[in-house]
Design a protein around this ligand. Sequence first.
Ligand SMILES: *Cc1c(COP(=O)(O)O)cnc(C)c1O
Length: 406
Amino acid sequence: MTAPAHTRTSDELIRAEEPVLAHNYHPLPVVVARAEGAWVEDVEGRRYLDMLAGYSALNFGHRHPALIEAAHHQLDRLTLTSRAFHNDRLAEFAERLARLTGQDMVLPMNTGAEAVESGIKVARKWAYEVKGVPADRATIVVAADNFHGRTTTIVSFSTDETARSGFGPFTPGFRIVPYNDLAAMEAAVDETTAAVLIEPIQGEAGVIVPDDGYLAGVRELTRRAGCLFVADEIQSGLGRTGRTLAVEHEDVVPDVVLLGKALGGGIVPVSAVVGSREVLGVLRPGEHGSTFGGNPLAAAVGTAVVELLESGEFQRRAAELGAVLREGLTALLGAGVVGFRSRGLWAGVDVDPAIGTGREISERLMREGILVKDTHGSTIRLAPPLTVTEDELRSAIGSLEKALAS
Ligand SMILES: *Cc1c(COP(=O)(O)O)cnc(C)c1O
């Protein structure tokens, strides 16, 4: 990789953002200019191992050759039609994504938040048209400490005050119960309930893996109660946990699965609601849509992503390297790590607060050439591209050990 001809240094670019860029993020002080595979390079040519992978948007690494080729090929033919017309890429994308996820139908959107919004809309419509809930009375049961995105409706059922405060009034119709608590969920579900909406593993909350049996329990409970199970797999899905979908660890098939992030191959935003015909079949022309949803470039990249996952190779890598990650983190217990949760190539690591905040550890790791992201308090999350090698992974764990000791 050769460094691009920048006229400004990283420090200058960071300072230049300050007056002109809304301060809705607090990035680590690294300015990435190039990337390939699991590695990124900053303006000055320093190299870092990307152990965040765009919160799973980069499951296949930066610029995976098959995905870049699919995008280039499509850029030269057709990029956007809007859904006013058909395009020649959408049928195959929907067919293969539905097959991959074991569902009937696909509603293509762009961002994760849009997929969540769309999931909420179809669940409500299903409740009125199929279940027979009285008009405007539908409820959706969600979990505390959830993360489903940033729109007004979605922050309406967040329990994170930073995400909510100042953005009311909020959308009604949501009931919040503790995560990993089937009894509380059971008590919240009634005849008005359209759906239960949860993350199979809570990512932003710190990679919270529920007890064995929880997802199967949610499936059983929702089936019995006659409401939908909507699984937000935007971060957990598409190979991250060692399976195509995280719900597969408990052999669960939800009624609706929300996908995003990795579906765009790290190139373009691509999200989708996939679900049964009974549910997605409630939508009729004009009732929902998106100008960019299902555009040919997105469909071409999305199809190439599905093709990578069809081989099972990435799921297998995530499972095998996940065991290496788990073993490495287990060895750090008591040596700066006070606890961790992991599944596949995804871990939330609680660092001894005496050593530093998650942010401080992340900055130390950055100086060691490893990029990670903190969550709350002294927790950092590790989610490398599924293309990471075993040596790279072991070296990242070594850097973590060093950062915790310094
Ligand atoms: C990232 C994420 C979203 C929101 O996706 P955006 O593309 O940022 O809108 C929703 N749900 C989960 C679980 C996520 O991780």
